[in-house]
Design a protein around this ligand. Structure first.
Ligand SMILES: [Zn+2]
Length: 298
């Protein structure tokens, strides 16, 4: 009796599902409060944008772990499963996700909406290993605002039922980014120096937006240590600009920055392009970075 009931129940469910699929012409599952819109983002700052815009309607997974360098990290086969199940994949673009084509074709997910948040932005030239340009667009909060709008639009497209929520969340978050931008402009206006030495070319977009200059970078190509002659050149540059601090980054060894700082009587400070545990919130991250840059240039 119980068996028969269950069989009939399943048949009803199957018919309902089949007619729903026929009506939609697609095999995708609707977004339910339980599952949320499944989103995969490549790096922590972009994952944060997705969470801010999506609120409790989305479930966001990040592919590149916070402690890793996105320039060299490749998603694992286990992470591919998240892309197979996802409805939206959020990429930075500008070649940062050098693995994207491979991951997207292996996932073979016909329902996947892909948004590349740096599309249409003015891209700064990269180093020899970055023919597509410098990928660190998100570190300029003005770019971040455009990226948030792109994420909002793809969420509305993938989950029209959430359009109102996505618009309201995005507007609230854009306001936080405008406040952040204003704080940075006010702080930079009081700087006594405009030039700084960074660990890698992550800060070019930030510098360009706020009238600062990345005078030298320690690691010129992703994953390649500076040579002794490059270090000697940076030491000269650091003396020339009277650098009070040399920036290192937590995702990399600070040894080269320490050597340079020792030679020119500067301190080592840390900038973080990706995120600070436990929340990896972009706004907090940028306030932290701003405090470190202010230590060096104020
Ligand atoms: Zn980088």
């Amino acid at each position: 009796m119980v068996m028969r009931f269950r069989a009939r129940y399943n048949l009803v469910l199957l018919c309902a599902l089949a007619s729903w699929m026929a009506a939609c012409g697609r095999t995708r599952e609707p977004v339910t409060p339980a599952s949320g819109l499944r989103v995969v983002a490549s790096i922590p700052p972009i994952a944060d944008f997705a969470r801010q815009v999506g609120g409790d309607r989305v479930q966001v997974e990040t592919l590149v772990p916070a402690g890793a360098s996105p320039h060299t990290y490749e998603p694992t086969p286990a992470q591919l499963r998240a892309v197979v199940l996802a409805r939206v994949l959020v990429l930075n673009g500008v070649g940062l996700e050098f693995w994207a084509d491979k991951v997207i074709s292996s996932a073979d997910n016909a329902d996947l909406a892909i948004v590349t948040v740096s599309d249409g932005m003015k891209i700064i030239a990269g180093d020899a290993d970055e023919p597509g340009g410098n990928p660190h667009t998100w570190l300029n909060p003005v770019n971040a605002m455009l990226q948030v709008e792109k994420i909002r639009d793809v969420f509305i497209q993938a989950d029209p039922g959430g359009a109102g929520a996505y618009r309201a969340n995005a507007e609230k978050y854009l306001e936080q980014l405008r406040v952040l931008d204003g704080e940075i402009r006010a702080e930079v206006a009081g700087f006594s120096s405009r030039q700084f030495i960074a660990f890698h070319s992550a800060w070019s977009y930030f510098a360009g937006e706020y009238g600062l200059e990345e005078a030298a970078v320690i690691e010129r190509s992703p994953g390649r240590d500076a040579s002794p002659s490059e270090i000697a050149e940076i030491i000269m540059k650091a003396r020339e600009i009277k650098a009070r601090a040399i920036f290192a980054e937590p995702q990399f060894s600070a040894r080269a920055a320490e050597t340079i700082a020792d030679e020119c009587g500067a301190r080592v400070l840390f900038l973080n392009p990706l995120g600070i545990p436990p929340d990896y919130r972009y706004v907090d991250l940028m306030r932290y970075n701003m405090s470190q840059i202010a230590e060096a240039l104020r």
